[in-house]
Design a protein around this ligand. Structure first.
Ligand code: FAD
Length: 347
């Protein structure tokens, strides 16, 4: 595996801050209608690895914030849960949350700001960090803080996962911003007896936001969530059309209790919803079992699944690159293999 190394520098015009403080991370906790997102729980675990205090920030409408705060208070290793309630935070936009986070950071002594590598986190953190003339390190897979020189070392995959970059953020970067790859850290568990302190924070009203939330559409499915499923059955361009994709893959997914995934070619051809795409520009998954059916194994697809524990590939082409990462490979026609597999698994 290729390794690269980067040291972050602050521009000369950057403001100065006191350094040398013990780490105190602020983790932005995303939730959907009152349930904390698993990626945010992984971000909490990453923050705990800094070896200092960890606080969480929860925002939302009055309908949901109370319940999320109660869940968060019970999480292992959390010192405090800051919460802010406003109708503006019901379907929050990064533009609307930015002033709140900026204010919080100017009024407190947080050394690290952490979020999941979600669409929201990837938009929110750089908005705030740029304002402080410091970068955001994205998609972090390991983190270590050296208290002796106040520096934090991150690793993150680059070049579609073909190289690992080590990024050093020295003490001259007083607040270190990073987003966390969910599959690289276990979700923070709840702990009997945990009772983090809850503190209300005044919302910051934004009257001139250039963007507006219109609607959120959630793809409904009775299947396990692709991002966290322990088994994934994925199909590629070979599945021909949406009807064949469904009639071939879904019985196998059902019998395995698996989530369904797709290559980008399958998504672009209209066989599967965009939310099912696995890869560099889709979801990154690391299930116990990943079945790649009629998927060639382009590097952009591998970037999203090659950390899976057991990879099973079925492809007609013996030279398909997917076989280079597969633990079990079958050179065969998937339309013959999959129905037989379903029959056998049902027995
Ligand atoms: P193909 O490459 O066409 O492969 C189909 C495979 O099916 C072939 O290997 C063939 O041998 C096999 N096959 C055909 N018939 C059968 C059969 N009956 N039985 C068994 N095997 C059969 N791709 C992603 O998947 N995810 C991403 O996130 C992603 N991001 C990208 C980002 C960028 C910037 C770019 C440039 C590309 C990205 N891609 C992504 C696209 C990627 O490069 C490939 O084009 C794509 O993954 C190919 O999908 P596929 O394997 O389904 O199709």
């Amino acid at each position: 595996m290729l390794r690269t190394s980067t040291r972050l520098y602050r521009p000369v015009c950057a403001r100065t801050y006191a350094t040398g403080a013990p780490p105190h991370a602020l983790v932005f906790l995303e939730h959907r209608k009152g349930t904390i997102e698993s990626g945010s729980l992984s971000a909490l675990t990453a923050a705990q690895q800094l070896g200092g205090q960890v606080s969480a920030l929860v925002i939302g409408s009055s309908e949901h914030v109370g319940g999320v705060v109660e869940q968060a208070k019970k999480l292992k290793g959390l010192t405090s849960v800051l919460h802010s309630t406003s109708p503006q935070y019901a379907e929050p936009l990064p533009e609307i949350v930015t002033p709140l986070l900026k204010k919080l950071l100017s009024d407190s002594s947080f050394t690290h700001v952490v979020s999941a590598t979600s669409s929201f986190g990837k938009s929110l953190l750089p908005r705030v960090s740029a304002n402080l003339d410091v970068p955001t390190v994205s998609d972090v897979t390991s983190v270590e803080h050296d208290a002796s020189n106040d520096s934090t070392i991150f690793t993150r995959p680059v070049y579609a996962g073909n190289a690992i970059s080590t990024v050093s953020a020295p003490s001259s970067i007083p607040i270190k911003f990073f987003t966390v790859r969910g599959t690289a850290f276990a979700a923070a568990p709840t702990e009997e007896g945990s009772n983090a302190e809850a503190k209300a924070v005044e919302p910051v009203q934004v009257d001139d936001c250039p963007t507006e939330h219109i609607k959120t559409t959630i793809a409904k499915s009775d299947r396990p969530d692709l991002s966290v499923a322990s088994r994934v059955v994925s199909g590629g361009r070979a599945l021909k059309d949406a009807k064949t994709f469904e009639s071939t893959l879904y019985p196998l997914a059902d019998v395995l209790g698996a989530a369904v995934g797709a290559s980008r070619a399958a998504v672009d051809s209209g066989y599967a919803d965009n939310s099912l795409q696995v890869g560099q520009t889709g979801k990154v998954v690391a299930p116990e079992l990943y079945m790649a059916l009629g998927i060639s194994g382009a590097i952009q697809h591998l970037a999203g699944m090659k950390d899976s524990k057991l990879i099973v590939a079925v492809n007609k082409d013996p030279d398909a690159p997917i076989f280079q990462v597969a633990d079990v490979g079958l050179v065969a026609d998937l339309f013959e293999v999959v129905p037989q597999l379903v029959e056998q698994l049902k027995k």
